[in-house]
Design a protein around this ligand. Structure first.
Ligand code: M6R
Length: 611
């Protein structure tokens, strides 16, 4: 979603701003712009479309040589994508420019009141209200003008602010939308996420709720919304897996699919020592608390929610605690029954998803403890949870998540066995050591599947010309179907649906006709025969069925499957991690063949920071 960048230093700001905006492209956007303070004036350039359009317009343009500036990629919420609605927005006097990520909920009231005082608005955005107010209040003291303005705002806002009277300063504000400060050598940066400046500095500090940062080239000072100075610690970030470059791959999505063994290994390896699961992060999880848990609620969005669906099967089998799984956007507006005996688990790659963050806060108000499974270190969800379990998947750029999803699933296995051991809920059959051995082998098993990618490419190629696709499965295979279908539709733009295989005949089977493409996931040994019956039902109605199954079951389906994709045999709970890999590759190759915008599918954003 919207991305903010800012620079103050000794060098020209605009080359950094354009470069940094490019690094945030993956978040999803429809227009981009910059403002630079030059000889006491603010010069603003903003364009609908890709950053390249902005870059072309900037080429040779006079007035953008200043050493402080702010930039923005906009994902339209209030008002269509256009040059006018793009950020930065500037007040009537031209002295103050603002970039914003979030939504100002009371903007209509504020706008009316300013209009009544004679202020004229140019755009349809909520953001322009912020800068118009600053312009209205401005009396030469920019810091207090900013403070006075933000105290009137309701909603979420990360802001970058530039004032012509303070040419060597950028102000950053955070409330509910992420903002991080980077510390360089005689230059400092702001950005919505560290990928914007990670090639410049690894020394960072995230703004916490209701904080302001005032950046000059050689200093950064922090304040709360009351204007009181506060001290904050700097962190040195460490990118373990994958860089923010494509490293020779045509797309980030393929690069990240191929990084899955490393991402899963980095997530599990430090946590399994001498046949024990070591969870230093969960030290605060004392035995008494673990034994007091009566219900687990897993809440997330998109692919992270699909991990939750898989987790329900795994937890109920291994831990034997009732588990609810819900979409964050639904959970936050129902009346969930949660209390101190409920463990809330929020799963999120970015750690900034607005709906998931809202659920976290609501859960804490009910007295429930919150465990976050998060990829981005220090993100809002990580910072506000009681316990954080990091997936060490490294930076994920492609909007379609792959390696973070796999690292989240691996975390679920570790967590399930960790809790099961403490609660003594493992049966002999589910012996601890045997399963730890299997988890350790998971990265290599994923590698084995990735090595068959040419075969998977051929299958994807055969079925590119389809309009509708169904993904079917039962149990954990159903959880994988959900993810396979989402991956497929989000990058290929072909309609697809995931269905619990046994549910199809309760309505949806009427959509199956001659030639309908079905990807059936049949890896679960206990449910295999049931799934096969459902596959036969769709084939009997004309469907073309590609079946994903295990090596040992391959021959059982060879007489009716149009194509078979084999994954290695493994313990049941781990098959989800294996079956999803060919589905990711199918989605990727189909989208490539259709010429789609793989890493930034239309209308999508990587980090969904608005409701
Ligand atoms: O950052 P999060 O994991 O909280 O994001 C949740 C979803 O927006 C995300 O998983 C989305 O569904 C992916 N783009 C799917 O590939």
């Amino acid at each position: 979603m919207c991305g903010i960048v800012g620079y103050v230093g000794r060098n020209h700001a605009s080359p950094f701003l354009i470069h940094a905006l490019g690094k945030l492209e993956y978040r999803g956007y429809d227009s981009a712009g910059i403002a630079v303070c030059n000889d006491g004036n603010l010069n603003v350039l903003k364009k609908k479309g890709r950053i390249q359009v902005l870059k072309n317009a900037l080429n040779g343009l006079f007035g953008f040589d200043g050493t402080s500036g702010i930039g923005h990629t906009r994902w339209a919420t209030h008002g269509e994508p256009s040059d006018t609605n793009a950020h930065p927005h500037t007040c009537e006097s031209g002295k103050i420019s603002v970039v914003h990520n979030g939504i100002i909920e009371n903007y209509m009231i504020l706008k009316k009141s300013l209009e009544n005082k004679g202020v004229i608005f140019k755009s349809q955005t909520d953001t322009e209200v912020i800068v118009a107010m600053m312009g209205f209040f401005y009396n030469g003291d920019i810091f207090n003008t900013v403070r006075k303005t933000i105290l009137s705002l309701e909603g979420s806002f990360a802001l970058g602010i530039l004032c012509a009277d303070y040419p060597e300063q950028v102000i950053a504000v955070k409330k509910e939308s992420p903002l991080v400060i980077g510390f360089g050598d005689n230059e400092n940066y702001i950005a919505s996420d560290i990928s914007a400046f990670v090639d410049k500095t690894k020394k960072i500090c995230r703004l916490d709720e209701c904080e302001i940062a005032v950046l000059n080239s050689d200093s950064v000072n922090f304040y709360n919304f009351n204007g009181e100075k506060i001290e904050k610690n700097l962190t040195n970030i460490d990118w373990t897996i994958g860089s923010s470059e494509k490293d020779g791959f045509e797309h980030y999505m393929l690069k990240e699919i191929m990084e899955q063994p490393a991402a899963v290994r980095a997530t599990i390896k430090p946590r399994i020592k001498n046949n024990e699961i070591i969870m230093n992060e969960l030290d605060k999880f004392d035995k008494k608390y673990i034994n007091s848990i009566k219900k687990i609620c897993i809440v997330a969005c998109g692919s992270a929610y699909h991990v939750g669906v898989a987790a329900k099967y795994i937890f109920e089998t291994l831990i034997k605690i009732p588990v609810e799984v819900d979409l964050a956007s639904e959970f936050r507006y129902r009346s969930p029954v949660i209390n101190t005996e409920t463990l809330m688990i929020i799963i999120s790659q970015s750690g900034e998803t607005a709906d998931s963050l809202a659920v976290l806060r609501e859960s804490k108000r009910h007295g429930a403890k919150v465990l976050a499974i998060v990829n981005v270190v220090g993100s809002s969800i990580a910072s506000e949870s009681d316990f954080v379990f990091y997936t060490w998947a490294g930076i994920e750029i492609s909007v379609a998540t792959t390696k973070a999803y796999s690292a989240q699933l691996a975390s679920i296995y570790l967590f399930a066995f960790y809790i099961a051991k403490i609660r003594d809920s493992l049966t002999n059959e589910n012996s601890y050591k045997k399963y730890l051995d299997s988890i350790n082998k998971l990265p290599d098993l994923i590698t084995n599947i990735l090595e068959t990618k040419e075969e998977i490419y051929k299958i994807a190629k055969k079925y590119t010309a389809c309009d509708n696709v169904f993904f079917l499965g039962r149990g954990l295979d159903y959880a994988v179907s959900l993810e396979g279908s989402l991956k497929f539709k989000e990058v290929s733009y072909i309609h697809s649906e995931a269905y619990a295989a046994g549910e199809l005949k309760h309505g949806t089977i009427s959509l199956i006709e001659t030639g309908t493409l079905v990807y059936a996931i049949a890896t679960n040994k206990r449910l295999f025969e049931k799934t096969v019956s459902n596959i036969r039902e769709v084939i009997a109605r004309g469907a073309v069925c590609v079946v994903i199954t295990t090596e040992s079951k391959k021959t059982d389906i060879s007489d009716f499957a149009s194509d078979i994709i084999c994954i290695p045999d493994a313990p049941e709970f781990m098959l989800a991690s294996l079956a999803v890999v060919p589905l990711q590759l199918i989605a990727y190759y189909t989208a490539v063949m259709l010429g789609r915008d793989i890493d930034k599918p239309r209308n999508l954003a990587k980090s969904v920071t608005v409701e």
